[in-house]
Unconditional design. Structure first.
Length: 577
């Protein structure tokens, strides 16, 4: 009798799942490794994405475990039960995904309480390609994926991959592989020539890992390549380099390459390594930047030499480099480029969710429409509960009054921590989890770097209305995700000193009224007071911490640094009170 009951229950659950699937077609995307994350596609549209670090508060959240906290938060926010999911896509790094899929599937099915749905492994670079092409507005596009390392292919590992996207389908065209490198790339035997073993010198390395290698050499850590990019603007490269000549991905780049040139420079100038790195850190950072730009531009210009592709999609951690992206727009034969804001591995789950949807249901049309606010938001009740828990006095204002108050405060040099709406995807805060302040006084750079505990050489970004982005900055295309570093126009460099880097560039974020009405209104209010629709925008966090996600995170950061004001939705906290 018990067996009959169990069989009937199984039939009922399966029938219920089939009914729910007919109502909504849902797939879940997961990425494991560093920058773990989850994403959801429903009825052919990307509706949610969340990095695990935003929840567990561990920068980059590097772990071999499935990011259940991010999955749970997303499902709850989207009001989706696990048994409504019809397929799961999953990616990792440095594995053969098919080899570990059974183990991961067993764990997922047991933990989420789901059976009989496909769980699909997606190759690392393929997931990157899906993530960027299907969040673009392009029908036909060339796709370049470049990162530190992808998945294992035969006896090697993915380095760079070229795909084409056309009419909602993706095809691998060419792939370069790198050798298995050292187990811990941040150890001295991966970047100091004297420490390197002869067996490693001629191993092939990816462009992304070469940049990372020089990042470690100058003293930065894992995940700090952005610091190298910022430092590169302070000097010319350590040496002149010829543009490499090759076709497509037919090139060699080894562990020792360029490191040997750095060592030659050191010997020639009779410097110890300590002396070299004490005096030439900026020049080595500039060298790393030049190497990456030279190789990426050669790849793209050789592939698209006749300009057959006018649109380009980019993904992989290499393309979080704003200077490189701008150079691509300026020097490669493309009219438009698209980079998913979560270009690093946190964007993998977007690709796996979309890939799974393609396998389980019909295809998806590329669209940038859902970007970039795909995280979770927090209710007034949750915000008030935390404010009362911390015993903080607060006001609740309507949008117009809040904008007017903030614009005046910002024009007087006050700093604001802002948590509004759904959180943005990727490592760049786009005004939903940002610190904002006046874009004009140069002294604001030092003030904010000290406030956040950052190095004083690091730049800050401008946020500007979409209507005025081309007025102030030498943009070739609109820049909504802070992924392009273009020149501030000469006549505005002094006026916008706080958001103009030492090399005259600015990492622009533009805001359309329909995408973020509140921020657009705030920028217009600031303009009415100062004449400039530009504010300084930086991530709402203290150095070493992930960007804030929840009211608790926001209040904690606010109380532990010298911010003047805190805004959470329409709640305002003034520190002086």
């Amino acid at each position: 009798m018990l067996d009959i009951f169990r069989f009937a229950k199984k039939l009922y659950v399966q029938a219920l799942r089939n009914i729910l699937s007919m109502i909504h077609k849902i797939t879940l995307g997961i990425h494991i490794g560093h920058d773990r994350s989850a994403a959801i596609v429903r009825d052919g549209k990307l509706i949610a994405h969340l990095a695990q670090e935003r929840i567990d508060r561990i920068k980059h959240s590097n772990s071999p475990e499935i990011p259940y906290e991010a999955i749970k938060k997303l499902l709850e926010w989207c009001n989706i039960k696990p048994d409504q999911i019809s397929g799961i896509g999953i990616s990792y790094t440095n594995v053969v995904i098919e080899d570990i899929l059974n183990q991961l599937s067993d764990e997922l099915r047991a933990t989420l309480g789901i059976n009989d749905i496909p769980i699909i492994g997606v190759g690392h670079h393929l997931a990157h390609a899906y993530s960027t092409y299907f969040t673009s507005d392009f029908n036909k596009s060339l796709i370049l994926v470049a990162d530190g390392a992808g998945d294992i292919v035969g006896a090697k590992i993915e380095a760079e991959s070229i795909y084409t996207g056309h009419a909602g389908k993706i095809k691998l065209e060419e792939q370069r592989l790198q050798d298995f490198g050292l187990m811990k790339t941040d150890r001295r035997n991966s970047f100091y020539p004297d420490y390197m073993h002869q067996l490693d010198l001629n191993k092939e390395i990816s462009i992304g890992r070469k940049y990372e290698q020089l990042t470690y050499l100058i003293g930065f850590k894992h995940g700090e390549a952005g610091k190298t990019m910022g430092l590169a603007s302070y000097a010319k490269p350590l040496m002149e380099l010829e543009q490499p000549t090759f076709s497509g991905l037919d090139f060699s780049l080894t562990y020792q390459e360029y490191l040997d040139k750095v060592n030659e420079f050191r010997v020639q100038h009779r410097l110890s390594w300590y002396e070299l790195l004490s005096t030439q850190k900026e020049s080595i950072a500039s060298l790393a930047q030049l190497i990456a730009e030279n190789y990426i531009l050669t790849i793209l210009n050789s592939i698209n030499s006749k300009g057959d592709y006018s649109d380009l999609c980019l993904a992989g951690g290499v393309f979080l480099n704003c200077l490189l992206n701008q150079r691509i727009l300026e020097k490669a034969k493309f009219k438009r480029i698209h980079i998913i804001p979560a270009a690093g591995d946190d964007g993998q789950s977007v690709g796996t969710a979309i890939y799974a949807y393609h396998q389980v249901f019909e295809g998806i049309n590329p669209s940038s429409a859902p970007l970039p606010y795909l995280g979770i938001s927090h209710s007034d009740m949750a915000i008030e509960e935390r404010l009362k828990y911390f015993k903080l006095p607060f006001q609740k204002l309507n949008d117009s009054d809040l904008c007017a108050f903030l614009a005046k405060s910002l024009s007087e040099g006050q700093t604001v921590g802002m948590m509004r709406g759904r959180s943005e995807m990727g490592p760049r805060a786009l005004c939903h989890r940002s610190i904002i302040t006046d874009s004009r006084p140069e002294s604001m750079k030092d003030k904010l770097n000290k406030l956040k505990g950052r190095e004083l050489f690091r730049p800050f970004a401008p946020v500007v209305t979409a209507e005025d982005e081309f007025k102030y900055f030498e943009l070739i295309q609109s820049s909504p995700y802070m992924l392009l570093a273009t020149k501030t126009k000469e006549q505005y460099k002094e006026a916008l000193a706080a958001v103009t880097h030492v090399d005259g560039t600015a990492r622009v974020q533009s805001v359309l009224k329909e995408h973020d009405p509140f921020m657009h209104q705030l920028l217009e209010s600031f303009k009415s007071l100062t004449g400039y629709s530009v504010l300084l925008n930086t991530s709402f966090n203290i150095a070493g911490d992930p960007i804030v996600e929840s009211p608790h995170d926001a209040i904690s950061a606010f109380l532990n640094c010298d911010l003047d004001l805190l805004v959470m939705e329409n709640y305002l906290v003034i520190k002086s009170k």
